[in-house]
Write a protein that binds this ligand. Structure first.
Ligand code: TSJ
Length: 642
């Protein structure tokens, strides 16, 4: 692209300093420069079009990954205003694109803007972090275009043609000197865009991947909105009632909720504020839970389903098997928590509670068969909880009698300061043996797992406590499970899953993550769960220190570095590791366990949630979705296998 020299006016210099700050500390604006941060760029741009849709002016959004990892986002909204800003003397469109946090300050009230979190930082941040960007606007009978390089204007907005249509198109190439990778993951974008479409009833979003010979395409449009979302999440589960419950009220704080119960034992509640997934929950979720507990208990009392002598059903009993989406719109949301995804506005609790109390109570009165089916399940959940408590006490007592609270297979560390201690959960006895020999026993404990893993999807807490594979994990972590889980009691600051980089390893990882997500959620929220990364390759040569590579990119990079040092490929021996078992204790320590060299991946709530979804899909009651999943993923599975 052609380069232009500019003389900058005072306020433009300020603009440049603003975007320079973004380039200096990208993490502050998009969280990270990993693949995750890269994908955030796309969400930032798409969010602008979604705002336009929420304002009622845009029906279609097309997202395309062009060859070379260029992203194109087009909408059929009104087009960003092109008139000249009286103060800066540049177009409104260019200002949106170059001034930090300028988004949304133009034109009328376009809806609910976001004031915190990673989201909504705006198009200017994407501009700053892109090698180049090109914005095309159709409105007022014309086509207008402007372009930028690394945040700097290289072509001011100018009219390049006529058009009767309206809309905005942005194309950008993320900056490879800032991001670790430019490789977009189709599935990640697909899932996110599907979610966005669910949250905005009637909005059509397409995704096209043109990077390969045969383009991949997805097309999302849901007239049912949240109802469709819940149906999608439950598609492979056995439902307790055919139609999801739907609640919508467009008051001062618009609230939209959809609920459907299934025969599963897990609780799947997703909450959103201004279309942002509030992973850590917050006041809206609080209001939802309080109302759910109250309305069901009131109904059960009034209809003599709970007798006078019975105690109230607890919240967790009433949430067993629930799938629910809560979406609220808040004018000035306050986001709190570790990942800034917890809603803090206290007024939202009452708003959600009020809407729920009214609608849900009416729904139950009008649908007594549904109410009964749900309450039957709640009551059996309550009995199971009681049984679990007894089983747990039995476990505790037994352990006291045996004068050890630790599982026999655990090789504990000598330190008892949780903050410096780590436990490696290792699949298989042979890898477990190497890990025991290779570890630093001062602070590293090893827990080998063996035998068949329990299907967490089909088990209630009492079974979990008694399961011979999970019980050692519960005892080793030492903080209980479910609502008893007490993070202050954890015996290790890091819980590290170490499994092979193959299909079986992936399965174990997914099952354990699902277990942590469902039964020790604060452990995941607090960032205590990690995945060990064993190397995939070893490069060796006589007289040279062995080089371990953790990814294919890593390997390519090492070849390049060695070549620059005059060492050719054919002089090197390449070993591909199929499993942990192929490494001796010293190698395992050097590559995977030594804090100086190892790579640990911290598990996020999103990762754990994904695992949970996968398990639901694979272990659920319905066969069809499971078959589809396996067929769809068969290619990847093969790749992992070679
Ligand atoms: F910001 C951006 F460049 F990243 C971007 C903005 C990217 C994309 C793909 C779309 C958009 C965008 C912005 N789509 N639609 C709009 N709409 C407005 O900016 C707009 C249009 C008209 C009025 C008005 O009051 O007349 C107000 C606004 C905010």
């Amino acid at each position: 692209m052609e380069k232009f020299e500019h003389e900058y006016k005072a306020d433009q210099i300020q603009v440049l300093e603003g975007l320079e700050a973004v380039r200096k500390r990208p993490g502050m604006y998009i969280g990270s420069v990993s693949a995750r941060g890269l994908h955030h760029l796309v969400y930032e741009i798409v969010d602008n079009s979604v705002d336009e849709a929420l304002a009622g002016y845009c029906k279609n959004i097309h997202v395309t990954i062009e060859k070379g990892n260029i992203v194109r986002v087009e909408d059929d909204g009104r087009g960003i205003p092109v008139d000249i800003h009286p103060k800066t003397k540049i177009s409104a469109a260019e200002t949106v694109y170059t001034v930090l946090h300028a988004g949304g300050k133009f034109g009328g009230d376009s809806g609910y803007k976001v004031s915190g979190g990673l989201h909504g930082v705006g198009s200017s941040v994407v501009n700053a972090l892109s090698t180049w960007t090109e914005v095309t606007i159709q409105r007022d009978g014309g086509i207008f275009q402007m372009s930028f390089e690394r945040g700097k204007t290289v072509k001011h907005l100018e009219k390049i043609g006529d058009s009767k249509k309206t809309g905005t198109t942005v194309r950008f190439l993320a900056d490879d000197t800032i991001f670790e990778t430019l490789e977009y993951d189709y599935t990640v974008l697909e899932n996110r865009l599907r979610e966005t479409a669910f949250l905005t009833k009637g909005l059509r979003i397409t995704l096209t991947d043109e990077r390969e010979e045969t383009p991949k395409k997805a097309d999302f449009c849901y007239e049912g909105g949240l109802i469709s979302f819940v149906e999608y999440l439950n598609k492979n589960k056995e439902k307790l009632h055919a139609k999801p419950i739907y609640i919508e009220k467009n008051g001062e704080i618009p609230v939209e909720i959809s609920i459907q119960y299934t025969s599963s034992y897990s609780e799947n509640i997703y909450s959103f504020v201004n279309n942002i997934n509030t992973i850590e929950g917050g006041t809206h979720l609080e209001g939802f839970k309080r109302s759910l507990t109250k309305v069901f208990n009131d109904y059960a009392r009034n209809h003599n389903i709970l007798k006078e002598k019975d105690s109230n059903l607890q919240g967790e009993d009433i949430r067993e098997g629930i799938t629910a989406i809560i979406s609220v719109k808040v004018k000035e949301p306050q986001f709190e928590g570790q990942t800034k995804t917890k809603l803090g506005n206290s007024e939202v609790t009452g708003a959600v509670q009020g809407v729920m109390n009214e609608y849900l109570a009416t729904f139950l009165e009008e649908n007594p068969a549904v109410a009964k089916a749900i309450l039957d399940k709640c009551i059996s959940a309550s009995r199971a909880r009681e049984a679990a408590r007894k089983a747990r006490e039995l476990v505790r007592r037994k352990n006291v009698l045996e004068s050890t609270t630790l599982p026999g297979k655990l090789a504990d560390c000598s330190s008892n300061k949780p903050e410096e201690c780590e436990v490696y959960i290792v699949e298989g006895d042979s890898a477990g043996g190497s890990a025991k020999q290779g570890r630093d026993r001062r602070f590293q404990a090893i827990l080998p797992l063996w035998g068949k893993m329990l299907n967490v999807e089909k088990a209630r807490a009492d079974k979990i406590y008694n399961n011979d594979k999970l019980q050692p994990v519960i005892l080793a972590v030492g903080a209980g499970i479910g609502s008893d889980f007490d993070i202050t009691k954890i015996r290790y600051g890091k819980v590290i899953i170490m499994a092979d980089a193959d299909v079986d390893g992936a399965h174990i990882r997914t099952l354990l993550l699902t277990f942590f997500f469902r039964y020790m959620r604060p452990l995941v929220e607090n960032g205590n769960v990690f995945l060990a990364q064993p190397p995939l390759y070893k490069l060796s040569k006589k007289g040279m220190k062995d080089i371990y590579c953790y990814t294919d990119n890593d390997l390519a990079e090492q070849y390049k570095i060695l070549e620059e040092k005059g060492i050719q490929r054919d002089q090197l021996a390449l070993q591909r590791y199929k499993g942990l078992g192929e490494m001796n204790p010293e190698q395992l320590w050097e590559t995977t366990m030594n804090p100086e060299n190892r790579i640990l991946v911290q598990v996020t709530m999103e990762d754990a949630m994904k695992a949970d979804e996968t398990i639901s899909l694979l272990m659920g009651d319905e066969v069809e979705p499971r078959r589809n999943f396996i067929v769809e993923n068969a290619k990847d599975v093969k790749n992992l296998d070679v």
